[in-house]
Ligand binder design. Structure first.
Ligand SMILES: [Cu+2]
Length: 156
């Protein structure tokens, strides 16, 4: 509990500083947000998108939230001695002037324990909170998992 309170305090400090500097110009943009469709009894759903940071400072995605889920977490799929597993992350970093690709097998947002699994073609509103004071709500379409936003490089 103490840890939660101190990280919240830290976040509020950063947010206050950042909004004082930025005057509401965030420089953060989200591209192609989507949710991987899942069976009606699925316990979790993955959310993917590209986050662009046009500011001169590194930015952290601190949290994501959506209505109708028990929890929403930032995850990264990591190779642990040949075993791929998802590990909860305290934040997702986006370098200064850079971008972060949330994609299957890598960084993603995890929607956990849905009240009801959203159907293909529907939209899920996801609130994103960054450490520079940016709050953004993106509308992610539920799509089939085969439609990857980028080619992956498994061929080499
Ligand atoms: Cu996950």
């Amino acid at each position: 509990m103490n840890k939660i309170i101190s990280s919240l305090t830290l976040f509020l400090l950063f947010a206050t500083q950042a909004s004082a500097m930025n005057h509401g110009v965030t420089g953060i943009s989200i591209h192609n947000p989507w949710v991987r469709s899942a069976p009606a009894n699925a316990p979790v759903l993955g959310v993917f998108m590209q986050i662009n940071n046009k500011t001169n400072n590194a930015v952290k995605l601190l949290s994501a939230d959506a209505d109708g889920y028990k929890r929403v977490e930032i995850h990264r799929t990591l190779n642990d001695n040949g075993l791929m597993k998802m590990v909860k992350q305290p934040f997702a970093p986006i370098s200064a002037g850079g971008k972060l690709q949330l994609k299957p097998g890598s960084w993603h947002i995890m929607l956990i324990k849905p009240d009801k699994v959203p159907s293909k073609g529907s939209m899920v509103a996801i609130k994103l909170e960054f450490d520079n004071g940016t709050m953004q709500t993106v509308h992610a379409e539920v799509k089939s998992g085969q439609k990857m936003p980028m080619n992956d490089n498994h061929g080499h």
